[in-house]
Write a protein that binds this ligand. Sequence first.
Ligand code: PMP
Length: 430
Amino acid sequence: NTRALLEKQEDIDSSAVAYPNDIPIAFEEGKGATVRDADGNTYIDMFAGIGVLNVGHSNPYVLEAVHEQADKFVHTVDFPTEARLELIEKLDEIAPAGMQGNNRVVFGGPTGSDAVEASIKLAKYNTGGDGLIAFRGAYHGATTGAMSVTGNKKFKGHYTPLLSDVVHAPYPYPFRQDKSPQEAVDHALEELKAIVEDPYGGLANPAGIIVEPIQGEGGIVTPPKGFLQGVRDIADENDIVLIFDEIQSGLGRTGEWWACDWEGVTPDVMTSAKALGGVGFPLSATMYKEELDTWGSGDHAGTYRGHVVAMRAGTRAIEYIQEHELLAHARELGEYIQGRLQEAADETDRLGQIRGKGLFIGAEFVDSDGKPDGDLVDDIQQYCFEHGVLVWTAGRHGNILRCIPPLVLTHDLAETALDVIVDGIEHAVD
Ligand code: PMP
């Protein structure tokens, strides 16, 4: 059955579909942290639809509200609805400390890219500036503004001219930069300062700095402590709007509501999407401090800015995380998974580094010369797939094994998944 669906897809679908070439799977059903394919095979899902399904596939508590809402009505524009207002209140409740009580939200369309576009517009609107600073290795999306701030040329090289006046600063990546954590932070902040403060070498009139508190697509690159605060300080000293892109790292993924909570640093603007739609409904949001709430009515408009069913799902998913204490669970399970990966790393010099927080975990693989080894990770991914575990890759060279399971993953399932992953590593490095 799977083969027939894959063949049909190849016949009629776009050549741009991303995944079937890597992992030949056709989904039939998902429950919690497992999925069943069209031939009845069950897999442990360590990917969660790119970090979307934080409360698990088809979470019944979320779906109950979805059905109720869908029976009443599905679409309105920005009119007040209970669904909309309760989600705004919920987001204020869980916002980073410095945004709580003064958080505003502009909802976006289905994709995270849309929230990134809004964040860029908001920074420009409020400062009158035109330049943007982003970071190497960053991924922010596939629309024009979001591509402009994305750091990897692979995603944007064909589409120039994009936004001009975008400069990319180095992101601290001690492992790849061969620096100590402190040196990597100092280097990144010095370069950022130079861009901001030197009108000849840098940007004449920067409006915003956009940064992922932990880079997702870039390879779960986890900056050492001090980086985010350093960026915050530079933004403050220069009246630049600081945007955190928490689309992949937010909503409990790291074991805190937002990755920036680990350092207690609050941005001015924050993007969210992916897990925001509860169980995969398309919804994004740009959250921002009240003092930036200067747009006039209709200044940032759109038909689907806030899908009522998705909003209901989002609120219920946040409630579910709260009631089941999934933040603490993500932290504990994350430590267990990193521990198991570390044991594997102790046996081979091909597993160079394990990093991340909570259930946002990356394992970076290298060849015998220490260079990125994407083929090795492909082999591990394939082995895992053949043994019932879905894991994905990340990083410019595809050499980071990415574990971002639903936060509802049980300890037993995690153990089974790690048995397979560790076997896969041993098998591939042999
Ligand atoms: N920002 C980050 C940090 C992301 O990880 C992604 C998607 N992987 C996006 C933005 C873009 O979101 P979307 O694919 O929903 O447009």
